[in-house]
Ligand binder design. Sequence first.
Ligand code: NZQ
Ligand code: ZN
Length: 634
Amino acid sequence: MDRPYIICHMVTSLDGKVTGDFLGRDAHSGLIKDYYRIHREYGADGFICGRVTMEGSFPQPPVLPIVYDCPSIERVDHIAERSSFYAVAIDPKGKLWWGSRAISDPDDGYDGAHIIEVLTQNVSDTFLAHLRGKGISCLFGGKTELDLTLVAQKLKRLFGIETLLLEGGGIVNGSFLQEGLIDEISLVVVPEAECSEKAISLFQTGKYHADNTMTASFRLKEAKILDDDGGLWLTYQNSYEGVMNMYNFIFQNTTKIYFGENQLGHLGEELKQYGTRVLMTYGGGSIKRIGLYEKIIEVLKKAGLTVLELSGIEPNPRHTTVNKGADICKKEKIDVLLAVGGGSTIDCTKAIAAAAFYEGDSWDLVTQKAPVIKALPVFTVLTLAATGSEMDSGSVISNIDTNEKYGLIHPFLQPKVSFLDPANTYSVSAFQTACGSADILSHIFDVFYFTASEKMDMVDRIMEEVIKTVVKHAPIAVKEPENYKARANLMWAASWALNGFLQTGGFQAASCHAMEHELSAFYDITHGLGLAILTPRWMEYILDESIAPQFKKFGVNVFGVDSSLSDMEGAKRAITCLNDFLFKTLDLKSTLTEIGIDDTNFKIMAKKACQGDVLQGFKPLTPEDVENIFRMCL
Ligand code: NZQ
Ligand code: ZN
């Protein structure tokens, strides 16, 4: 496991409350002692609590507002000390002004635990300076909200925590539960019902996933009567017995697809189910050149819909364009959005759909400063096979003022209906066809084909078939742009590479995508080209004995590499085949130098890709690793 084994250890009332008067009654003091005894007996490497629980359990002397005359402090993880026992505080905004570097408590099970503050980047410099001054460690778990999976991974990787006791409160417990991070539950049950509505339950809905209710099943491991005190000690094991998320998934893709020629006749009837005022969005004019614009306008008029337009959506769409679209939606009381174009138009339109319900700058939604609370329905007519945006809930938006490009992902952004007519991609240039194909391949490689996790055979084999489909049909589409069969195969492959199906059973962060988004954020290059240049270099860089078998298998099954070669030779051969495919067969440029990029910004780009620390993925990469990979691409 790449994170600690997590045991949620709590005292509860009969009605599952973890706060209330029952905790303070003399009659139950023996059980509270049992709770502390069990805590000690677990011999864990640390315990983790939310801010409120920490404040309640370990009150600190009041802190006068401290003003440090300090320069801005970098938001990087800080290991102040190595310890055999840690007190980990979930304190996203930095409110726990600890008086010292370790817990001071009469109980041996807590006393002396070195403090690790878990923060978002949204903390003040003054607070960080205070932590440094006191010798307290800290780690960052997100920009404005915490990604608890990442936090758990960092606790293991940076501090070596193998076993962690999760000790409340209810919202923190609930958030861990919702992220599938609880392996075991240990409950000391007090024989009293708390009943108070104000009392908090063992698992409250995690605030980070308030709209995402889920059930989690555990099986009873042991039930022990705690002598004389009338209490019970119940332990439960996660049904998946510590194998994190293996074959444990929810799959729902709600986009209705009309595939093939002459399907646009259905557009009017589908749109009318969501309203009558349509904002049609498109890019720089390709849809007019191919006659698609007129066709769609005719269908919409025929259906009696009122149509407004937003044109000029840029490749690598800008947040300023999203703002423009959101203004139109608000002013014109738009009911439904219709994106006609490639991934950029669709992504921009999805972001508009969410921004239509937000009063501020849409960049706040992209950077998660503000949550997506609602979104207008989105329809798409796809004209370029690449991103899968027509059938997923993601959008990627750029801010050219800050050289940033981030994903905005939310279930509300999933298109309601998408029209996929391969003939609409006949006019896509050889270059964009090649880039789109590289993007499709990368979605499979990056997200779950090359992975350290276990995956289902069925999914693995389908991935290889989709990869082979692209390898077969992309060169045909490049040479014969009006080959319907090739265009159809590429189009459907693109949608399925990233519609969630191939990610069933596991998930991993997409490291090549994170590196590419830095390239396109700084240099506005075509996404698929950046991926094509990066991917073989990344493979070369991470290749070692443990990775070689996967790369070799890819070479054997996709490119027919000789299976009798050693793992390492087979892996190297596979990388050569991928190079030849991308740069000879598809004729893409193979270096950053050829597209005018030098090393000026590599350091900062590498740091941003890693969010200051480590870029997760098949193989975790440090900023230095990422910089090395960028250099290999020169
Ligand atoms: O703007 P127009 O005139 O339409 O021209 C476009 C654009 O110049 C042109 N084009 C599109 N369809 C055409 C056509 N030209 C002739 N005939 C047609 N039928 O192609 C150019 C590129 O279009 P764009 O939409 O930018 O390409 P793509 O579909 O590759 O989208 C790239 C964007 O999607 C993001 C990328 O980062 C990038 O910003 N991604 C979105 C993802 C998602 N939503 O899930 C995931 C991806 O990994 C990716 O990051
Ligand atoms: Zn992509």
